[in-house]
Design a protein around this ligand. Sequence first.
Ligand code: NDP
Length: 299
Amino acid sequence: MPAETARHPQIPGARIIDGRAVAAGLRARLAEAIAAAPFAPRLDVILVGADPASAVYVKAKEKAAREAGMVSQIHRLPAETGQAELLALIARLNADATVDGILVQLPLPAQIDQVAVIEAIDPAKDVDGFTLTNVGRLAAGLPGLVPCTPRGCMVLLRETLGDLRGKRAVVVGRSAIVGRPMAQLLVQADCTVAIAHSRSADPAGECRTADIVVAAAGRAGLVTADWIGPGAAVIDVGINRLADGRLVGDVAFEKVAAIAGAITPVPGGVGPMTIACLLENTLEAARRRRGLPLAAAAE
Ligand code: NDP
């Protein structure tokens, strides 16, 4: 069993995948690689408006980047910012040779065309991996910048299962930022992959025969024990706030943990990996832009 996992005290069957520990290890390796590099990568984050959740995410990204030894700059724009103004800022950051990574915090206010804004980012600096160039490179199996959350899920799966070749994986959810890239990465890792979504005839049946289930539907408790085969690895991407204020995933944790071989908790599973992989993407972008080998910085 890898050092970062532990069995749940009350549930003998479940191996709890400790995303916080895995993320801390990755961040420490990235910090070492940055300390040894002749440059400090720079991450610029753009926040439009005052959405409280977005403000918290942006602050966390800036803090994590600084702790890893990167230069980090937040650009805070008022909610009424026009599209032209935002595009002008992105153009400036694209042209600035000192900037390695550009991230536009989503969602954007209604007056702004989100696709046009993402598309304006130089794909070489697109550390969220959302530009169509990076989406296409992932779909084609070419190197590029990969969305952070699916990338983090892959790190957790490799930590937990080792070689993923030949495993049967089901991804629940087909969004552009989680479900689809997740499925692409699993295919690249030689898994046999199905995607379940809200129109699937029998998502539970699809999942029941899988070695790996990645839940990314944004529906609290959707994945119940009868969805999961004995010993399967379950990665819960969902973040759902209940009426009583509790934060839960898409997986009914206790019941599924009694059957699964391994499971991520919420919080403390996938969430911390997303920021760690944003830092990894930023270092990767910085190296590529300087023509340096990726040097398996955090492998
Ligand atoms: P979206 O709402 O964009 O996509 C949800 C997907 O789930 C859709 O493809 C939808 O199907 C599918 N779905 C919804 N209901 C069901 C159902 N009953 N059965 C099967 N499939 C269903 O969400 P995101 O992909 O952006 O995010 C998913 C979750 O992950 C959210 O809870 C979000 O907060 C969380 N998240 C967590 C991150 C982290 O760092 N841990 C980062 C990003 C997201 P259809 O396409 O048919 O509508």
